[in-house]
Write a protein that binds this ligand. Structure first.
Ligand code: FAD
Ligand code: NAD
Length: 472
């Protein structure tokens, strides 16, 4: 007979939405259980953010070694660097294992019970969890937090299998694909495509739209396009994948080009990265009486679903599908359940794309601000004029920081950057927007020298018309 348990808070899904929700609920003294089937840390820690950033780092390191082997620069010389893909993946697995174990310890310290298994709901407040050993436990909760996340989208005419892989399998490879074809020039396609290029693969990207990275504007993506060109990554924009074909023991991706003609590219692996979809099936969501918003679970500004006492967070509830959004919603919901007055109402959710160079976007671009009826002033500071960028071999890639502010009161509406290492500026950008900073607030803040943050201060001074390190 199934065991049964009751709790005040049941969290389903142990990703960056679910586990912080459980930790915060535990900290607040709520009797909490978290259930996850595929490893604490969810997509992000096990097969997403962290593994991909590990590959990106390894790729960059290898690329630098190859560069120094070919060119005597900076007084550094190495000879004959080699890359062992199995070694890279093993190193990545070590980081994942350390982090996921850490999540388990944090949950324990917060007195949260973690159950490894798959939860299926019978009704809004009761689920049955099937564990690894086939045992089941029935859990009835006063409050339920749904954090089941998202999964890879397959193309119906090119399912995963054989040489056609998704990001999960790409991050498990133990042999480097000599020829990698990426379908989808979005976040995953470009982050991983660039990482594999740096690790030595020949890479081609096939993107259906006219441009890669559609969520960033043209000016921002130009430095990424320049890197792809310089590094001989074949970019096929305006091209739709049609299928994988095998001929003479070799795999090819067939696609329709912008003129409507069929083309093919040889591939050892075809990485399909055409978006992700929420995990809404196979766990009894239909029994819970919640409303949907397209493919996502519908929530209000407090992450409440249409069913009393049932909350939903993270990728399950829609764009942006980002880990830090999920985490914020998780913490917030735990506090709401504990009786705190909280609402999910960020000025903006910062986004970073870990390409070469990196992209950061917070708030409105100049065009988006104008479309909202704002009259704006902008300031753009090239990182070629940043001493810190030059000491880190940045600046020559066309990178910059761009600040967009309302002309009338100088309130900053958006901050965008592209360049080596600019991801680390995203925190200051987000803080400035969330605090409602004006150009003068940032200009009046002393920024440490030499750091890339000076690029933000200079962008602000440029918007005010008096930068120090470029002439206007
Ligand atoms: P998930 O992380 O998907 O976690 C959901 C968990 O719930 C999973 O473990 C799943 O197995 C479990 N689950 C689902 N249903 C059940 C059930 N019925 N019973 C038990 N368990 C269940 N975002 C960023 O912000 N930055 C990045 O750099 C970044 N890089 C990424 C790179 C890749 C390759 C990918 C794929 C994604 C990346 N993302 C990144 C996106 C990020 O991973 C997601 O936004 C984030 O993981 C969403 O968190 P979540 O908690 O909503 O869901
Ligand atoms: P995406 O939406 O970023 O990009 C998918 C791309 O595939 C789009 O440009 C789309 O036009 C293209 N496409 C769709 N169908 C196609 C077809 N048949 N042929 C050619 N191109 C096609 O999706 P993704 O890269 O799979 O990433 C999923 C989500 O994961 C992202 O939206 C993001 O929220 C998250 N993510 C975030 C990060 C980060 O924060 N750094 C990194 C990776 C993933």
């Amino acid at each position: 007979m199934a065991q049964s348990k009751t709790c005040q808070v049941l969290v389903v899904g142990g990703g960056p939405g679910g586990y912080p929700a459980a930790i915060r609920a535990g900290q607040l003294g709520l009797d909490t259980i978290i259930v996850d089937k595929h490893g604490l840390g969810g997509t992000c820690l096990n097969r997403g953010c962290i593994p991909s950033k590990a590959f990106i780092h390894a790729g960059s390191k290898f690329e630098e070694m190859v560069h120094h082997a070919q060119k005597d620069e900076m007084g550094l010389k190495v000879s004959d660097p080699t890359l062992d893909m199995a070694g890279v993946t093993e190193w990545k697995d070590g980081i994942v294992s350390k982090l996921t174990k850490g999540v388990g310890q944090l949950l324990k310290a917060a007195k949260v019970e973690a159950i490894n298994g798959w939860a299926t709901f019978k009704n809004a407040k009761t689920c049955v969890v099937e564990m690894e050993d086939g045992e089941t436990v029935e859990i009835t909760a006063e409050n339920v937090i749904l954090a089941t996340g998202s999964k890879e989208t397959e193309l119906p005419f090119m399912k995963f299998g054989g040489d056609v892989i998704g990001s999960t399998e790409a991050l498990e490879l133990t042999e480097r694909p000599e020829k990698l074809v990426v379908v989808g020039g979005g976040y995953i396609g470009l982050e991983l495509g660039i990482a594999f290029r740096k690790m030595g693969s020949d890479v081609a990207v096939v993107e259906a739209l006219d441009s890669i990275l559609p969520s960033y504007d043209k000016e921002l993506i130009r430095p990424v396009q320049m890197w792809l060109k310089k590094n001989k990554v074949a970019l096929h924009t305006g091209c739709k994948a049609k299928g994988a074909v095998e001929e003479g023991g070799q795999t090819f991706l067939e696609f329709e080009d912008a003129k409507g003609e069929t083309q093919r590219i040889e591939a050892d692996k075809i990485l399909v990265a055409v978006g992700r979809k929420p995990v809404t099936e196979g766990w009894g969501l239909e029994t819970m009486g919640v409303d949907m918003d397209g493919p996502f679970v519908k929530i209000d500004h407090q992450c409440r679903t249409a069913m009393r006492g049932v909350y939903a967070i993270g990728d399950l509830v829609g764009e942006p599908l980002l880990a830090h959004k999920a985490t914020k919603q998780g913490e917030l919901v735990a506090e709401i359940i504990a009786g705190h007055k909280r609402a999910y109402d960020p000025v903006s959710v910062a986004a970073v794309c870990f390409t070469e160079p990196e992209l950061v976007g917070v708030g409105l671009t100049p065009d988006e601000a104008k479309a909202k009826g704002e009259t704006v002033i902008t300031g753009k500071f090239p990182l070629a004029a940043s001493g810190r960028a030059l000491t880190m071999e940045g600046g020559a890639d066309g990178g910059f920081v761009r600040v967009t502010a309302r002309e009338s009161d100088h309130v900053i509406l958006g901050i965008h950057a592209v360049g080596k290492h600019v991801s680390e500026l995203s925190g200051e950008f987000a803080l400035a927007l969330e605090m409602g900073a004006t150009l003068e607030d940032v200009a009046g803040t002393i920024h440490v020298h030499p750091t890339l943050t000076e690029g933000f201060a200079e962008g602000v001074l440029t918007a005010l018309g008096h930068p120090i390190h470029i002439s206007v």
